[in-house]
Structure formats: C-alpha cells, structure tokens
Design a binder for this molecule. Structure first.
Ligand SMILES: NC(=O)c1ccc[n+]([C@@H]2O[C@H](COP(=O)([O-])OP(=O)(O)OC[C@H]3O[C@@H](n4cnc5c(N)ncnc54)[C@H](OP(=O)(O)O)[C@@H]3O)[C@@H](O)[C@H]2O)c1
Length: 259
C-alpha cells in the first residue's frame, strides 16, 4: 500500500523540500498552504518527476476551524507522516505590532499545529504507527526580542512536541520537533526580516538542507532535531555557560534592527 503524507506550508521553503523527499520515497500526499496556484504547479512537478499523487489544498490555516477542514479533506485516508511546517514570524517590537497579525501568527503557529497534531496522533495511535514532524526553531530555546511573539510560539511548539512524544511512547507513533536556525527561504521576506543581520550571512543553510536533516531525524524517531552549529550553541552550550540575563541581552543585540 502506498505510504501517505500531509505537509502544511508546502508551497515554499522547507515544506516544499519535504514534499520532494517524500515523493522520492514513494509517498502520495496532501499538500496544503494558501497559494493554490503554487500547490497545483508543485503537484504537477511531483507527478512528472516521481509519479506522485499529490492533492493540493488551498487553505488558510490561521482561520478558525481550518484544522478540522483539512482533516475532513483526508476522508478515510490513512496518514503515515504528518508535517506541521506552515508558520510565519513578524520582525517588529510588541508595542509596534499589529494585533490582527499577532492573532493570525498564534492561530497558525500554535492553534492549527496543535489541533492537527492531535488529530494525527489519534489516528496514528489507533493504527500503532506514524510520524509527526513539527517545525520549531532556534528561537524555541531562547526569548526573542524584536520578534517576541514568534519566538514564544516556537517555544510552545518545542514544549508541546516533546510532551506529546512522551505521551505517545510505546504506541509506535513518533513526534519530532525540528529546530532550524536562520535558513534561506521565503521566511525572511514574510517576517519583514530581510535587512536583519541574522539573515545576511552568505552561509545560511537552504530549505533543502534543513528538510533533509529533519527527514532523517524523523526516520530515526528523534524527538528534538537541532540543525546547525548556531542552533546547537544556543540550545546546548549557551544555557550551560551563560546566565539567562546574558543570553537574552545577546539575542536582543543580534536581532536589533540595523536601520
Ligand atoms: N527560514 C528560517 O529562518 C526558519 C528558521 C526556523 C524555523 N522556521 C520555520 O520553518 C517553517 C517553514 O518556513 P520556511 O522557512 O520554509 O518559510 P517560507 O518559505 O515562508 O514557508 C512558509 C510556508 O507556510 C505557508 N503558510 C504561511 N501562512 C500560512 C497560512 N496562514 N495557512 C497555510 N499556510 C501558510 C506558506 O505558504 P502560503 O504563503 O502559500 O500560504 C509557505 O508554504 C515555519 O514554521 C518557520 O517558522 C524557519
């Protein structure tokens, strides 16, 4: 029987690269994001290159009830892999932020991811098999001044995913929190971060590298998958050698607007 995957945020960046890896491994899939045109083009590309049956679903996952609508679209389809990848940030101080944008960010990065993880976990637990990948961040480990709400949503993703993985221990269902550092994708433009020094480095990894790392971690059933030296430093070394007050001051400096 053909294996089946769901990928949110499949139209670009890390999510798009996940679809290619899954297609190369023989998965059929549901690919979801807001941009139906990009998804239809991707479905055609995956069919031509890998004979994949990819079903595009144009959906705004920040809308109320969106997780249920996505799940209903699957019908009786069994899901082997569920990748909660859709997410966005907004590089702005809290006092200058737009409340509607914050609401959409929390709805997408937290609410949709939670509801979809829950639905996937219920179905997978019944079948005693499946893998959930939730895309977290380097900012899951530290407070994120000038991008505070985004960082807090990603701290949630890590905490939630680790807890869920423990709850599912011994059921045959794995949960992996993928924690990338700054990565060259559409993320910086969507977060109004193009000018940030964090995104300026010419050595930023690509979405392809991060997805390949995450895919391997999922196969190995790793619970926390930390990508890149910078993220390893922030998550593992910095908390051992620096007080929290120093860590948040450093992050503030690094993320301070250059303009
Ligand atoms: N790039 C980085 O530096 C970085 C670092 C750490 C973590 N991450 C995380 O990695 C994940 C993937 O981001 P990326 O870097 O690949 O950025 P990206 O290229 O901007 O991709 C984001 C994806 O999410 C989708 N999306 C955005 N809003 C949506 C909504 N309301 N409903 C449904 N889909 C939506 C976008 O598609 P549409 O526009 O078509 O909806 C797109 O496919 C995100 O969770 C992000 O927070 C990124």
């Amino acid at each position: 029987m053909t294996k089946y995957a769901v990928i949110t945020g499949a139209s670009s960046g890390i999510g798009l690269e996940f679809t290619k890896l899954l297609a190369a491994d023989g998965y059929d899939m549901l690919i979801a994001s807001r941009d139906g045109k990009a998804l239809r083009a991707l479905a055609k590309e995956l069919a031509a290159e890998h004979k994949t049956k990819a079903t595009p679903l144009a959906i705004d996952l920040s809308e109320p009830g969106a997780a249920d609508r996505l799940w209903k679209k699957l019908g009786a389809q069994k899901v082997d892999v569920f990748i909660n990848n859709a997410g966005f940030g907004d590089y702005v101080d809290v006092v200058n932020s737009d409340p509607a944008t914050l609401e959409r960010m929390i709805a997408l990065n937290i609410t949709a991811l939670t509801q979809l993880s829950r639905l996937a976990a219920i179905a997978m637990k019944k079948r005693r098999s499946g893998s959930i990948v939730n895309v977290a961040s380097i900012l899951s480990f530290v407070p994120s001044p000038h991008n505070a709400v985004y960082g807090a949503t990603k701290a949630y993703v890590l905490s939630f995913s680790e807890a869920l993985s423990e709850e599912l221990k011994g059921t045959g269902v794995s949960v992996t929190a993928l924690c990338p550092g700054p990565t060259r994708t559409g993320f910086a433009a969507a977060a109004h971060m193009e000018k940030s020094s964090v995104m300026q480095s010419s050595r930023l990894p690509t979405g392809k590298e991060v997805a390949a790392f995450g895919y391997e971690a999922m196969k190995q059933k790793k619970v926390v998958a930390v990508h890149g030296a910078q993220t390893k430093f922030v998550s593992l070394i910095a908390p051992r050698i620096l007080p929290r007050s120093a860590i948040r001051r450093i992050i503030e400096k690094v993320q301070r607007r250059d303009s």
